[in-house]
Design a protein around this ligand. Sequence first.
Ligand code: SF4
Ligand code: SF4
Length: 135
Amino acid sequence: MAKKISNKTIDREFLETLEKISGQKVHMCFQCGTCAGACPMCNEMDVSPRRLIRLAQLGRAEEIEALNTCWVCAACHSCQVLCPRGLDIPKIMEALRLLVLRRNEDFVKLADIPSETIKECPQIALVAAFRKFTS
Ligand code: SF4
Ligand code: SF4
């Protein structure tokens, strides 16, 4: 079941920081849901891209960080080409990841990956994963 977005005070500073890092006018999203409909990874995400962007508009940094959505995004750009507001959603996802990684907090820790997985996984996949998931 989709998580409910609570109605707390809006943290505008978070939204301003996110817009600065991503270069995107996140406040322009009018919640049409086109991105969620286009996203091939939506079923793997805690909340859809549309809901994540709504949380970002409301400045809910802590709630966003508890979700896997920006980490699961595959940067396929399907949402971006369809967004009626012209938002580059993968850039927003990347900025959300950077806000965590810049604190030297890794989403994936090498020590937590089973050695069997490391042996079986193609090196290029591991390198790509560390670029995306570690600071
Ligand atoms: S497609 Fe664009 S305007 Fe529509 S919900 Fe997604 S980000 Fe917002
Ligand atoms: S770029 Fe990310 S959020 Fe957008 S459709 Fe692709 S996987 Fe989904």
